[in-house]
Design a protein around this ligand. Structure first.
Ligand SMILES: *Cc1c(COP(=O)(O)O)cnc(C)c1O
Length: 376
């Protein structure tokens, strides 16, 4: 049985919606499918304002401009994350201050944040790893006390909650991804969420190459022109049509992913009694959105052997982030400050296959091979 790591899901409606977009003779941004997608998110999650972007990376780039990050400003984020959490701030000239992860989850250790705050700190960027919430009350308190902005990297976090509130709706801004490896996809794609009203008007301008085109189309100004810096962050209607089709099936997609996730968890729970660090931990304040099923091995050697054992059984499992504080790009800037838990996740985390078209039989096959590995 071959088990790939991921297969991008197609609901079947995408092609109809794309055809409608083609027939509408309007393919640039901000057409019907963009508006419908944004309206969907605003209604379902109660987000005050959303704007589709070409990627989550672009959404974070917009947030860095909106946060008015200047050269020399400091931005605190976990080291155990994707480069897209950091790059947008670096592009504005910021210094990235990496924080360690928790032992129980790869999320930022909120008890380590306050000692990293200086007079130059401008923002905190928590990443809800695997869609499991960071402890946002603590982060928002630190931000308020120190006059900082909070930008949620919610790339993994669709449909997931913190203390009953949807992720992406808690910080001042948030960024989602619709990359083909995420729960809801459009190939490449993303969205910025503006929770703090004071960024709403400028967000539209920055997304439209620094012009007030959106206000012009609403009849709020009588001509449109260049009023600010910006870039072309908006998505084509072809992409938005694909996304819109996926959103029609969000409940079915989530249900299927949850079933697979639960099956993994159940099948491995007996093994986990002997290996207490193995299975993902979901804190009481967080929910699971089945973005990812990961294991934590005890060391790098064990993980390498496990991945190779699965590979020899035609199962594709992968490791994940290489801590950014040790990256070729940033190690010299970071210096020697140790981030032990981040290093531990870098060495020990393994992601198992999880995609909508995966079968329960495939999950059972993967866990059978994992049990074989640990009983040998
Ligand atoms: C996928 C991902 C991104 C980037 O998303 P894109 O849409 O590919 O730009 C950013 N942050 C995290 C944590 C991610 O997993």
């Amino acid at each position: 049985m071959i088990v790939p790591f991921n297969i991008p899901y197609v609901t079947g409606l995408e092609i109809d919606f794309i055809k409608q977009a083609l027939e509408s003779k309007k393919l640039c941004g901000d057409g019907k499918f963009t508006k419908d997608s944004q309206a969907f998110f605003e209604k379902r999650y109660g987000f005050p304002k959303t704007l589709l972007t070409t990627s989550c990376t672009d959404a974070i780039e917009m947030s860095a401009i909106l946060a008015d990050i200047q050269p020399g400003d400091e931005v605190i984020m976990p080291s155990y994350t994707f480069v897209s959490t950091a790059n947008p701030f670096l592009l504005r000239g910021a210094k990235i201050v990496f924080a360690d992860s928790e032992k129980a989850t790869p999320n930022i250790d909120v008890t380590k944040i306050e000692s990293l705050v200086t007079s130059k700190t401008k923002a905190i960027v928590p990443v809800h790893y695997a869609g499991i919430a960071c402890d946002m009350d603590v982060i928002m308190d630190i931000a308020e006390k120190n006059n900082l902005l909070v930008i949620e990297d919610a790339a993994h976090s669709i449909d997931s909650k913190y203390k009953g509130r949807f992720l992406g709706g808690i910080g001042h801004m948030a960024a989602f991804s619709f990359h083909e490896t995420k729960n809801i996809i459009s190939g490449e794609g993303g969205m910025i969420v503006i929770n703090d009203q004071k960024f709403a008007d400028r967000a539209e301008i920055i997304r439209e190459k620094g012009t007030n085109r959106a206000q012009f189309f609403r009849g709020e100004v009588d001509k449109y022109g260049w009023v600010d810096i910006g870039s072309s962050f908006l998505t084509s209607e072809i992409i938005a049509a694909y996304l819109c089709a996926q959103l029609q099936s969000i409940d079915a997609i989530q249900e299927k992913r949850m079933d697979l996730w639960e099956r993994y968890f159940q099948n491995l729970s007996e093994l986990a009694e002997k290996m207490p660090n193995l299975l993902p931990v979901i804190p009481s304040y967080a929910t699971n959105n089945a973005h990812m099923f990961y294991l934590k091995c005890d060391n790098l050697n064990e993980r390498t052997q496990l991945i190779s054992h699965l590979s020899s059984n035609e199962i594709k499992a992968v490791f994940h982030y290489l801590s950014l504080h040790k990256s070729k790009m940033y190690a010299d800037f970071h210096g020697k400050r140790e981030l032990a838990e981040s290093d531990c996740w870098t060495d020990c985390l393994v992601r198992l296959p999880l995609f909508v078209d995966m079968t329960i039989e495939q999950v059972d096959f993967v866990t059978e091979k994992i049990l074989d590995f640990y009983s040998a």
